[in-house]
Design a protein. Structure first.
Length: 114
């Protein structure tokens, strides 16, 4: 056993020959309709080398739906960005524009500090 694996947390050793690992899956996660979601829009500069990004958080749903919404926002703003870990990052200061776009799609939107 290597020194790195000696203190591993969460490793299970079993002498049972029929032992099966269980894996958690994200079953049951459904995307809520826009009128039941509150999305927070804010301008963020932290740990980004001084560059501004518009951050959209609070999305409840599948990663596919999050990425689809992120792609739509990036296309309408004409910039790049990403959608992962339950948040959408749009490059640049587009707080007002994204706020208006999300409101038009039926989402409840709130501006968060920043």
């Amino acid at each position: 056993m290597t020194k790195k694996n000696r203190n591993a947390i969460g490793v299970v050793y079993s002498t049972n020959q029929d032992f099966q690992y269980t894996y958690s899956t994200e079953e049951g996660v459904e995307t809520l309709p826009p009128n039941q979601q509150t999305l927070y829009v804010q301008l963020d500069r932290k740990q980004r080398g001084g560059k501004q990004v518009t951050l959209v958080t609070g999305f409840v749903g599948t990663n596919e739906d999050l990425e689809a919404l992120g792609k739509e926002l990036k296309t309408k703003c004409g910039v790049g960005g990403s959608a992962k870990d339950g948040e959408i990052i749009i490059q640049g200061d587009f707080v007002t524009r994204i706020f208006d776009l999300l409101s038009a799609k039926g989402y409840k939107t709130k501006r968060k500090g920043g």
